[in-house]
Design a protein around this ligand. Structure first.
Ligand code: NAD
Ligand code: TDX
Length: 379
């Protein structure tokens, strides 16, 4: 049996990850630690928490006593740290929270693991570690900064973050690497490109666009829409993390990405076209639409679901132009390749949102409404 501490698993990728490993392996026991911020939702994982293989603890990764208590209660083999403030736009508004959670929270977990996992000292004074343990840090391609039209991020690309979010994630990576070098702690880091899929919080581009179309709202595209992101279906990211945690090499960094670069404007247009197509083929989905204009033959009209919904708005400050990952290392060393083609993944994702409107309503009630109004009112 392998016992995992998975932080941030009530959020988008963490939730998909625990579902993936619970389905894939019989030998896992998971303790979830999540503060349930606006981005964390118990509904997302309520069916996974059975208190036999999967337990939930509400708490902050910055809480030292809680972290020590968890290590005292469970003999963790693996820590997988997803917990973070994850939205670039929010980091521009409130950087300090990002530094607190993403840097100090990571350092707090590293220290708790160190207190629990160190077994003694070697002849040179370095700590010795319990066999088979690993701290995995879930990082991002944003630590490398921005690319021009050419080239890819490799694990050797110099770190050059621009936003408070990416600077905080870079700092966390550096702290993890400092624990590797100073204490010989068994750590790994994965740096992944933009994920999409089920349970993605609707402040991020793809789920925001879906939500706004269904509500008949304008679709805000920052700047001229030519910024490029490299999109990966979330389950492919989860598979990569699973391979790294179980078979990766201590101290290594692995880039994860699917060679699937798209301009933002392409993503928005594709989302519009896909929703239009699904609602043409399956008119029953039209009842979800807030705007209920009728066609002459008495159906809810979808004629207005077209590119005229797009509104170019003020650009994000310090907006990175292009991200693109070179995943050669993880493919060569661990045999990882992405399985989901973008054309299939985006349809699967849109269908998931159409079928899970209750989840969208629940996660976006309350604090989200204020956020959305403030964020977009001056754009
Ligand atoms: P998310 O915002 O959807 O979820 C974050 C989760 O962390 C939430 O459940 C939240 O409640 C929890 N959390 C936040 N602060 C906490 C704290 N102080 N203590 C405990 N829990 C806390 O984020 P996500 O998109 O699922 O991203 C997960 C991780 O993956 C992050 O570390 C992010 O940097 C990284 N990442 C994300 C992407 C992406 O495209 N979304 C890509 C690469 C890397
Ligand atoms: O309303 C919008 N309009 C728009 O044009 C929003 C929300 C975004 N955008 C643009 C900005 C980006 O170029 O779309 C692109 C994607 O934006 P986000 O979904 O906010 O993602 P991004 O900033 O690229 O960061 C994401 O990928 C890397 C995650 O949120 C990070 O956590 C991850 O590290």
């Amino acid at each position: 049996m392998k016992t995992y501490l998975v932080t941030g698993a009530a959020g988008f990728i963490g939730a998909n990850y625990i579902k993936y490993i619970l389905g894939k392996h019989d030998d896992v026991k998971i303790v979830i630690l999540d503060a349930l911020t606006y981005a964390g939702n118990l509904e997302t994982i309520s069916q996974d928490i059975d208190n036999e293989r999967c337990f939930f603890v509400k708490g902050n990764i910055c809480d030292r006593n809680l972290a020590d208590q968890l290590f005292a209660d469970y003999k963790f083999d693996y820590i997988v740290n997803f917990a973070a403030e994850s939205h670039v736009d929010r980091s521009i508004e409130n950087p300090q929270l990002f530094l607190q959670t993403n840097i100090l929270g990571t350092q707090n977990l590293l220290d708790a693991a160190r207190r629990a996992w160190v077994t003694g000292k070697d002849e040179n004074g370095y700590p010795t570690w319990r066999k088979g343990v690993r701290f995995h840090q879930v990082s991002t391609d944003e630590v490398y900064g921005s690319l021009g039209a050419e080239g890819y991020f490799t694990e050797e690309t110099p770190l050059c973050p621009h936003s408070p979010y990416s600077a905080s994630k870079t700092s966390a990576d550096l702290i993890v690497m400092a624990y590797r070098d100073t204490y010989k702690m068994p750590v790994t880091i994965s740096r992944c490109s933009n994920n999409y899929g089920p349970y993605h919080f609707p402040e991020k581009l793809i789920p925001l666009i879906i939500k706004n179309i269904l509500e008949g709202k304008r679709l805000p595209v920052y700047g001229d829409g030519t910024n490029v992101r490299d999109w990966l279906y979330v389950e492919d990211h989860c598979k990569a993390i699973d391979m790294i945690v179980r078979n990766g090499k201590d101290g290594e960094i692995y880039n994860v990405g699917g060679h699937n670069e798209k301009q933002n404007i392409e993503i928005v247009k594709l989302t519009i076209a896909t929703i239009h197509q699904i609602m043409t083929e399956q008119p029953e989905y039209r009842s979800i639409l807030k705007k209920k204009e009728m066609t002459p033959d008495g159906q809810i009209s979808i004629d207005w679901i077209n590119d005229s919904l797009i509104t170019f708005v003020k650009d994000r400050l310090g907006h990175d132009q292009r991200y693109a990952i070179d995943p050669t290392k993880i493919t060569r060393e661990l045999g990882w390749t992405p399985e989901t083609k973008f054309e299939d993944g985006i349809v699967k994702t849109i269908r998931w949102y159409l079928d899970n409107q209750k989840w969208v309503k629940n996660v976006t009630s309350g604090e989200y409404q204020n956020y959305y109004e403030n964020m977009y009112k001056n754009r």
